[in-house]
Design a protein around this ligand. Structure first.
Ligand code: PLP
Length: 402
C-alpha cells in the first residue's frame, strides 16, 4: 500500500513498529499462560502487569484500577451493564445521543430489561450542556455516560464538569475515551471519573484489546463468566501479546502526546487554511476548536449528497478518508444520527467527510492531499455555481486553531 495516504485514524491506526517489536516475543517463544505458576506463566504475568501499569499511567490511575477487556466495545458494555447489575432497585442511565454504538446499543439492551434511559441533547457543534445533565439527574440515576471525544465529529466534551455534577449527585460517571485516550490528557486523580473505556487500536496499538479504568471502590458486576481473570470482571485467558502491545502503545502516546498534538493541530490548520481558498463551499462540522488534534470533519455545501462519492474518488486517488464512522459504513447512504441530533437536516446529515490524521502522517502527504481534494470536489458537479448556491448560507470554514 506504499504511496497511499492514510487519513482515517479514527477508524483505526497502524501499529507503531515499537509496539510490534514488544509484542513479537509473546507471539513466538514467550507463549505462557499468565495464570500458570511456572516460569513461562510468570513471564507472561510479568508482561501483563507491566502493561497494566503503563495503561494506568496514561490516565494517572493505579495499576489495580485497570481491567483489560477484549475491545473498547466490551469496556463500554462492562461499564454500563456492570454498573446497572451491581445495584439494586430501579435504575436510570443518562447518556448522549452522539455516543458510539457500543454505548447506544448497550443502552437499548438495558432499556429492554426495564432500565430507564435519558439521552441528553447536544448543540449544533455536538456539545452536551451541564445544565441539561443537572436537569436530567434523578434519585435512581445509577450511571452517566458521556464520551470524552466524538469519533465522528471530533468534539471534546466538558467531561470534568459533567463528572463533578454527577459525582455530587451520587451517581457513577463513565466516559468512553476510546477516541480521546492518548490524544488529550485524561487524569483520573484530578477529575472524578469512575469508569473510563480505552481501546489500543486507536493509539497505534493492536486491535482486539481494550481496557476499563474502574475507580477503587466502584462496584461492577461481570458480564463475562469463567476462570476469574481480571479480578473476575473479565474472565478469559489473557491475550498477552495484545496486552503487552497496548502497554507500550499507551506509554508512547503519553510521552509524545503534547508534541504530537501540536504537530497534528498544525497539519489540520494547514488543511483548513488552504481549503478556505481552494474549496470555499467547505465547512467544519463539530466544534471548531474543542476538537481532537488530528480530527477534521468537513461538509461541502450543496454537495452533501455526494460525500460518499467523494470518499470513493479520494480512495481511487490513493487517499483513505471516510464518510462517517467505520462502524456506520454499512449504512453510508443514510443520514448520520449524530448530525441529525446536532440539528442538521437529513440532506446535510449525509454529507460528512472525516479526515483524521495520525502519527506517521507527514506535511508532504497533507500537501499532496491539498492538491488532490480541490480537483475532485470541483469534478463532483462541475456545473454548480457556488456563489449563488443557497446552501452557502451555512457555516463556512473557520479556523480550527485554539
Ligand atoms: N467507542 C468509540 C468512541 C469508538 O470510536 C469505538 C471504535 O470506533 C469504540 C468505542 C469501539 O472500540 P473497539 O473498536 O475497540 O471495539
Amino acid at each position: 500500500m506504499s504511496g497511499r495516504i492514510y487519513f482515517d485514524h479514527s477508524a483505526t491506526t497502524p501499529l507503531d513498529p515499537r509496539v510490534l517489536e514488544d509484542m513479537l516475543p509473546f507471539l513466538a517463544d514467550s507463549f505462557g499462560n499468565a495464570s500458570s505458576q511456572h516460569a513461562e506463566g510468570r513471564k507472561a504475568r510479568e508482561a501483563v502487569e507491566t502493561a497494566r501499569a503503563q495503561v494506568a499511567t496514561l490516565l494517572n490511575a493505579d495499576a489495580n484500577e485497570i481491567i483489560f477487556t477484549g475491545s473498547g466495545t466490551e469496556a463500554d458494555n462492562l461499564a454500563l451493564i456492570g454498573a446497572v447489575r451491581a445495584g439494586v432497585g430501579p435504575a436510570h442511565v443518562i447518556t448522549s445521543p452522539i455516543e458510539h454504538a457500543a454505548i447506544l446499543k448497550t443502552c437499548e439492551h438495558l432499556e429492554e430489561s426495564g432500565v430507564k434511559i435519558t439521552h441528553l441533547p447536544v448543540d449544533s457543534e455536538g456539545l452536551v450542556d451541564s445544565l441539561d445533565l443537572e436537569a436530567a439527574l434523578r434519585p435512581e440515576t445509577r450511571i452517566v455516560s458521556v464520551m470524552a471525544a466524538s469519533n465522528l465529529v471530533g468534539t471534546i466534551q466538558p467531561i470534568a464538569e459533567l463528572a463533578e455534577i454527577t459525582t455530587e449527585h451520587g451517581a457513577l460517571f463513565h466516559t468512553d475515551a476510546v477516541q480521546a485516550g492518548g490524544k488529550i490528557p485524561i487524569d483520573v486523580k484530578r477529575t472524578p471519573l469512575d469508569l473510563v473505556s480505552l481501546s489500543a487500536h486507536k493509539l497505534h496499538g493492536p486491535k482486539g484489546i481494550g481496557a476499563l479504568f474502574v475507580r477503587r471502590g466502584v462496584e461492577l458486576a461481570p458480564i463475562v463468566f469463567g476462570g476469574g481473570q481480571e479480578r473476575s470482571l473479565r474472565s478469559a485467558t489473557e491475550n498477552v501479546a495484545a496486552i503487552a502491545g497496548f502497554g507500550v502503545a499507551a506509554e508512547i502516546a503519553r510521552k509524545e502526546m503534547e508534541a504530537e498534538a501540536t504537530r497534528l493541530r498544525n497539519l489540520r490548520e494547514k488543511i483548513v487554511g488552504v481549503l478556505a481558498d481552494t474549496v470555499p463551499q467547505a465547512y467544519v462540522i463539530g466544534h471548531p476548536q474543542k476538537r481532537l488534534p488530528g480530527h477534521l470533519s468537513l461538509g461541502f455545501a450543496g454537495q452533501e449528497a455526494l460525500a460518499g462519492r467523494l470518499v470513493q474518488l479520494l480512495d481511487r486517488a490513493g487517499v483513505a478518508v471516510s464518510a462517517g464512522s467505520a462502524c456506520n459504513a454499512h449504512h453510508a447512504d443514510k443520514p448520520s444520527h449524530v448530525l441529525l441530533t446536532m440539528g442538521y437536516d437529513s440532506e446535510r446529515a449525509r454529507g460528512l467527510v472525516r479526515i483524521t490524521l495520525g502519527r506517521f502522517n507527514t506535511e508532504a502527504e497533507v500537501d499532496r492531499f491539498l492538491e488532490i481534494l480541490p480537483r475532485l470536489v470541483a469534478d463532483l458537479n462541475p456545473d454548480m455555481d457556488w456563489t449563488t448556491s443557497p446552501q452557502l448560507a451555512g457555516p463556512v470554514l473557520v479556523s480550527t486553531s485554539a
